[in-house]
Write a protein that binds this ligand. Structure first.
Ligand code: ZN
Length: 294
């Protein structure tokens, strides 16, 4: 299987979740082995999408380099990963990827419009060889060897609309678009009020997040999936783990995981070369995974 980029450049505009300002996003093709690169047009700084460039994971996944940062990269990256794109330049004129509708749906539309271009270089995949886990109190995250690319997430919120939700997702592009890409980010009204007082979440609204008070959902439009909350956590996990830079064959599992736990997991994987194997996506793997990473 060959590496991919997009067939033509595509532009869009949206609102940054935290600053609330309009942000222009431009996706452009890149040559083989260049990876996913973010570029701050206002500062002239390139930030490669790699685990080592992650500088913050509290509210969203943030990468940074030479004083420049880009926040909320995870939904866009989940879509780029799921479309099998290995090389892409993402230019932004501000410090946030636009939040769009709080899901990956708008980015799917952008990539559908841009089209996929195959490059001549071979694609690589990462095969997980050992169990790697990280625990933080009751929260944990783990990756283990598997024949699939699999994501299994459980959340347990003491809230009547969410409660306990568990979702097991066997990855494929088709199922990602159908079952994961439309799941929106969510937050609690009391947190939104606290964030606003700190000058954050200024762009947050019922158009780009599911917002809950103590008892109910405030949005008038219904949930897109009955368990949209846990599906969104899988969207986040796919985006966060995509920083590894290639398709991952293994089973990811988490209970109450977060961007922070996902980031630590990527660093734990990379700590020891025995944990994984990087292979060209050649005949042997092509037969096993060509449908998964179509
Ligand atoms: Zn998210």
């Amino acid at each position: 299987m060959k590496q991919r980029t997009i067939a033509k450049a595509i532009k869009s505009i949206g609102i940054g979740l935290h600053k609330g300002n309009p942000v222009e996003i431009l996706l452009e093709p890149l040559e083989a082995d260049m990876g996913i690169q973010f570029y701050r047009t206002d500062l002239g700084i390139t930030i490669e999408a790699t685990p080592n460039n992650v500088v913050d994971t509290k509210m969203a996944t943030v990468i940074g380099k030479n004083g420049a940062t880009i926040s909320t990269i995870e939904h866009l990256l989940a879509v780029v990963y799921s479309y099998g794109i290995d090389n892409l330049r993402i230019s932004l004129n501000s410090s946030e990827v636009p939040i769009m509708d709080g899901s990956g749906a708008s980015f799917c539309m952008m990539l559908d419009e841009a089209g996929i271009m195959k490059l001549s270089a071979n694609k690589k995949i990462m095969i997980i060889k050992k169990n790697i886990s990280y625990k933080d109190g009751k929260k944990w995250t783990k990756i283990s060897p598997s024949a699939h690319a699999e994501y299994d997430f459980t959340i347990d919120f003491n809230h009547p609309v969410i409660q306990k939700q568990k979702y097991n997702f066997i990855f494929s592009k088709k199922d990602f678009i159908k079952d994961i890409s439309k799941a929106r980010t969510f937050g609690f009204l009391k947190d939104v009020q606290a964030l606003r007082s700190m000058g954050l979440a200024l762009g947050g609204s019922l158009d780009n997040a599911i917002v809950l008070d103590d008892k109910k959902m405030l949005n008038s439009d219904p949930l897109r999936y009955q368990n949209e909350f846990v599906r969104h956590k899988i969207l986040d996990a796919i985006g966060d783990l995509s920083l590894m830079g290639m398709p991952i064959i293994g089973k990811y599992e988490s209970f109450a995981g977060s961007h922070s736990l996902n980031h630590i997991l990527t660093l734990e994987i990379l700590k020891d070369k025995e944990n994984y194997e990087v292979k060209y996506f050649d005949k042997e793997y092509y037969n096993a995974y060509s449908k998964v990473f179509a």
